[in-house]
Design a protein around this ligand. Structure first.
Ligand SMILES: Cc1cc2nc3c(=O)[nH]c(=O)nc-3n(C[C@H](O)[C@H](O)[C@H](O)COP(=O)(O)OP(=O)(O)OC[C@H]3O[C@@H](n4cnc5c(N)ncnc54)[C@H](O)[C@@H]3O)c2cc1C
Length: 431
């Protein structure tokens, strides 16, 4: 079969299918190592990395991440959600990684498993021809290529190759923003065991991530609502620095900070494709949907989907009569995880959610279930799901007491949705 995209989803699917003896062609338009956003992994990623045989290698290139911190009225000014407090076996830690290194590791692992892997090969067209899928493209040396296979896995990420070709991509009008981000040196880390944790800050027009990487580097990004970006009077670099300095505790941590390398900008809208699979094709990872990076879930969701997609492809090739049933099971599972996360993500900036995150109560293990959700434990029936339903009830009650603030936040969201986002989807400024 053919896999489009050598990111986490594509390399995972290619590795697993090649190990099952399938003939796999993996096509990546860029060349590794290449920059990519999405550096913070979740604990539920680790079992997948173990199954792929790259867990130890990931540990060597990564920074140990024991949890995430969010702003709170504590003496420290933040509240740490440590993964070790998660329910059940949702995982105790994760890693922060540079994606150029991580994606190269996964891509080489796919090749080592037997996938015929091509870099600098961009797919331009895919179509069904009888019982085969035919893919055409061009290499970065300018040579055309054509491959035929019995199945196609689209793991093309936010390029949404098939979603575009089938015109099935739907952007969410309620969740549009853009991110500016860069690597910095000289940023203060959290003390002791929390030094590798991701920090999240909010400001009126968005939120900020801090991801500690190796060699004293901190990845810092500001996700901004369209109004905030539209109002900018300076270039991206000054604008990012001004935005970061507007948050007092962050400004203090950044007193000695220097940008290292390039500043990047990317559209951060959420989208979903109408279909996830069809006869002889399946999407995995961002090629199907992207919600939001606030909980650092993208890489885990992509790799989880790729594992499941590999099962579907293998099963459908063994017994083509089961293809639709296998695909339906896949769609149900993927949508269930996405909708669990989306519920929290879409309310994350509401006043009630801010309060509940700042001062969590562990009634019936609800706080632990929240930590499991933050670990990526959104697919299993292990006591997390019903506790998240209890959390939703608590949230709704808290929201009732906050109607005025809610109305204001809804008004703001409507204004944001109406505002025309003026940036491109991706771009790069020299720092
Ligand atoms: C601002 C921001 C911050 C984020 N932060 C995090 C985070 O901290 N943690 C996290 O887990 N996730 C994060 N994410 C999400 C994360 O980047 C993605 O969810 C993840 O990379 C998805 O993996 P994927 O394999 O589906 O796609 P990708 O990683 O994008 O891989 C797709 C690959 O396909 C290749 N490709 C595309 N089109 C073609 C073609 N036509 N032919 C051949 N190859 C092609 C691309 O070059 C790419 O290598 C963030 C996203 C954004 C926008």
């Amino acid at each position: 079969m053919i896999v489009i995209g050598g990111g986490p989803a594509g390399s995972t699917a290619a590795t697993l299918l090649a190990r099952r003896g399938r003939s796999v062609v993996l096509l990546e338009k860029d060349r590794h190592p290449r920059f990519h956003i999405g550096e913070s992994l979740l604990p539920m990623n680790l079992p997948i990395l173990e199954r792929l045989g790259v867990l130890e290698a990931t540990g060597r290139i990564g920074v140990l991440k024991r949890g995430a911190d969010f702003p709170a009225a504590t003496p420290e000014g933040y509240n740490v959600f440590r993964f070790e407090r998660a329910l059940d076996d949702s995982g105790k830690h994760a890693y922060q990684v540079r994606r150029d290194e991580f994606d190269q590791l996964l891509f080489e692992n796919a090749a080592a498993a037997g996938a015929r892997s091509f870099q600098g090969h961009r797919v331009l067209k895919a179509e069904l021809a009888g019982d085969r899928v035919v893919v055409e493209g061009q290499s970065d040396a300018g040579r055309g290529f054509c491959c035929r296979a019995r199945y196609l896995v689209d793991a093309s990420g936010r390029d949404t190759f098939l979603g575009n070709q089938l015109r099935s991509k739907r952007k969410s009008p309620h969740h549009q923003s853009a991110a500016l981000f860069a690597h910095f040196s000289g940023v203060e880390r959290r003390p002791g065991e929390d030094a590798g944790n991701v920090s999240i800050y909010r400001f009126d027009q968005g939120w900020v991530w801090l991801i500690p990487l190796r060699d004293g580097i901190m990845s810092i990004g500001a996700v901004c609502w369209p109004d905030h970006l539209k109002g900018r009077r300076s270039g991206n670099r000054e604008f990012l620095l001004e935005t970061l300095q507007s948050i007092p505790e962050l400004s203090r941590r950044m007193e000695q900070a220097q940008i290292v390398g390039n500043l990047h900008a990317t559209g951060n809208y959420s989208y979903e494709c109408r279909e996830m699979c069809g006869p002889r094709w399946i999407m995995a990872g961002d090629s199907y949907a992207f919600v939001d990076p606030i909980f650092s879930s993208g890489v885990f969701l992509a790799m989880h989907a790729a594992e499941q997609a590999a099962d579907v492809v293998d099963g459908a090739l063994r017994d083509p009569r089961r293809e639709r049933a296998l695909q339906r099971g896949y769609e149900r599972g993927i949508r269930r995880g996405l909708s669990t996360l989306s519920w929290f993500i879409h309310r994350f900036t509401s006043p009630s959610m801010r309060r509940l995150f700042a001062d969590p109560r562990n009634v019936l293990g609800v706080e632990q279930a929240m930590i499991s959700m933050l670990s990526g434990d959104v697919y299993r029936d292990n006591g997390v799901r019903w506790r998240l339903e209890v959390f939703k009830m608590i949230y709704r009650i808290a929201s009732l007491g906050d109607l005025r603030a809610q109305a204001r936040s809804r008004r703001l969201r409507r204004q944001q949705a109406r505002a025309v986002f003026s940036g491109g989807t991706t771009g790069q400024d020299a720092a």
